[in-house]
Design a protein. Structure first.
Length: 497
């Protein structure tokens, strides 16, 4: 598209939706389920339908959230051009939240988000895939049977070439700002919610999981059973129940949900504020990153406790492969999934040499440290893409802000010579952040505290010295001024006499 898309403040959408309940989403209609008891909207299942475009999305998907203003702008542009060049005709625009209306999305075999399809009048099968190559409005009109003569197209400077909206859409950060202050209680709570959410959204069809997906799920749950601390009872009881009845669980979503419904729901049903950024119902990807980091620290703990029986240990490369396959099969955000798999499979951050099958203790630590670096790399890439979209140059300070932890949070994590991260210190910091408090964590926390305390006295001494110097200078100046005034007064008295 030729016009610039600017991010503007929008009204807050209803939970579970991106467009419903907002004032800026015209002409998009977000299906709310109130169009009949069947829960099957006429614009998808009815026979008396006109040309329309439908987006299938998940509100937690970062790429879907970033797509929102572009889809609205595209719909407005098409609607305007239809009104101007094809009076009496129309193309309607809709949206379906696959979190709220999962059965509809299963009917249309939606396995990743976002998906945008164009439908001919009266047809239930999509006529064309509108994403990622967004057709010019005239192309869309031609495809959907709205006639526009060639002279009109020429007058509107139409060039028959599709535009790539995907190239212009930048994903939001997967987890968001890593530097947001949060408690460990929030971290564990968010991880539990995202684990439960992922388990309730494994199925993208009405049938059973495929053989590959079933194998991946079994490996993932078996991995988490080892890697997640026992204190997270909410996760372990689900893992145990699903694995104990695995053949039944993978047959249908109903069977899986029946197992999950055996356990009480969390008292707090929303992700923490540091994850949601004030958007109710959001936070899934943020909590999922928490789960990944917890598991990355946990598998090192598992291996450490399994020293006497190395057959139970999990190598760094096996841990990485399990995570990779889980994302490949069960993470619905298309752009996020594609970026992660591309980075993993192309050995970014020297992954292929760092994550090895060896059982040497030092090799285990490569998995949590590689995941930490990958997360920082994702944040930096997204910040750079955002800067490009806003046509501004990213400063060194901007790049530093994208990295976690900050120097303030962990001064001992940085090499003072070149500013790089110190691996051992970062691993200790990760254990403090993502593992329950124990003697080791307390020792690491003490070391971090000593590092901070070691900086504070120097700062305090400097401040006190500076203050004393200023006070002395003020007193000295006051003394000199007073002395000068007394001398002048004495001289005046002498002259007067």
């Amino acid at each position: 598209m030729s016009q610039q898309i600017k991010a503007e403040k929008i009204s807050t959408p209803e939970s579970g939706y991106l467009y419903l309940g907002t004032t800026d989403s015209y002409p998009i209609s977000d299906y709310d389920g109130n169009h009949g008891a069947s829960g099957r909207p006429d614009f998808l299942y009815g026979s008396d339908t006109g040309p329309r475009v439908v987006e299938f999305y998940a509100p937690w998907c970062p790429h879907c959230k970033k797509m929102r203003p572009h889809y609205i702008a595209y719909a407005q542009r098409v609607t305007k051009l239809v009104n101007e060049t094809a009076p009496g005709q129309e193309i309607k625009f809709y949206a379906i939240s696959c979190v709220v209306h999962s059965m509809i999305c299963k009917d249309y075999k939606i396995t990743g988000y976002p998906r945008i399809f164009a439908f001919l009048p009266g047809q239930h099968t999509p006529a064309m895939d509108v994403f990622p190559k967004m057709p010019h409005p005239f192309e869309l009109m031609d495809k959907l049977g709205l006639y526009v003569d060639e002279d009109t197209k020429l007058r509107n400077n139409y060039v028959p070439e599709s535009e790539s909206l995907a190239d212009r859409v930048v994903s939001l950060m997967i987890r968001g700002e890593m530097s947001h202050p949060r408690s460990k209680r929030d971290t564990f709570h968010d991880a539990v919610l995202s684990f439960n959410f992922s388990m309730r959204n494994l199925f993208t069809t009405h049938g059973p999981l495929s053989d590959d997906a079933s194998k991946t799920l079994h490996q993932w749950l078996s991995f988490l059973r080892k890697a997640i601390p026992r204190q997270l009872v909410e996760i372990h009881r689900v893992i145990d129940s699903v694995l104990n009845d695995f053949d039944s669980a993978i047959k249908s979503e109903e069977n899986m949900v029946a197992i999950l419904d055996r356990f009480p729901k969390p008292v707090r049903s929303d992700w923490s504020d540091s994850c949601t950024k004030g958007q109710s119902g959001m936070g899934y990807t943020c909590g999922l990153w928490d789960l990944f980091h917890i598991a990355s620290i946990g598998i090192v703990e598992w291996n450490t406790n399994a020293r006497e029986d190395r057959s139970k240990a999990v190598s760094a490369v096996d841990a990485g492969n399990v995570l990779r396959d889980f994302i490949a099969h069960f993470f619905g955000c298309d752009e996020c999934r594609t970026n992660f798999l591309k980075a993993y499979d192309s050995c970014e951050l020297d992954r292929c040499n760092r994550l090895r099958p060896t059982m040497i203790t030092t090799a285990w630590n490569e998995f949590p440290f590689w995941l930490f670096e990958m997360h920082n790399a994702v944040n930096l890439r997204l910040m750079r893409e955002q800067a490009n979209e806003e046509t501004r140059t990213l400063t060194e300070e901007d790049e530093r802000r994208s990295q976690w932890p900050t120097r303030l949070e962990c001064p001992g994590c940085f090499n003072n010579t070149n500013g790089s991260f110190i691996k051992e210190a970062v691993l200790q910091h990760l254990r403090i952040e993502y593992w329950p408090d124990d003697q080791i964590t307390q020792e690491y926390r003490k070391r971090l505290g000593e590092t901070l305390d070691g900086r504070q006295p120097h700062t305090m001494l400097f401040a006190i010295t500076l203050l004393c110097g200023l006070v002395t200078l003020v007193l000295l100046l006051g003394y000199l001024v007073r002395k000068s005034l007394l001398r002048r007064r004495r001289n005046l008295n002498i002259k007067a006499n």
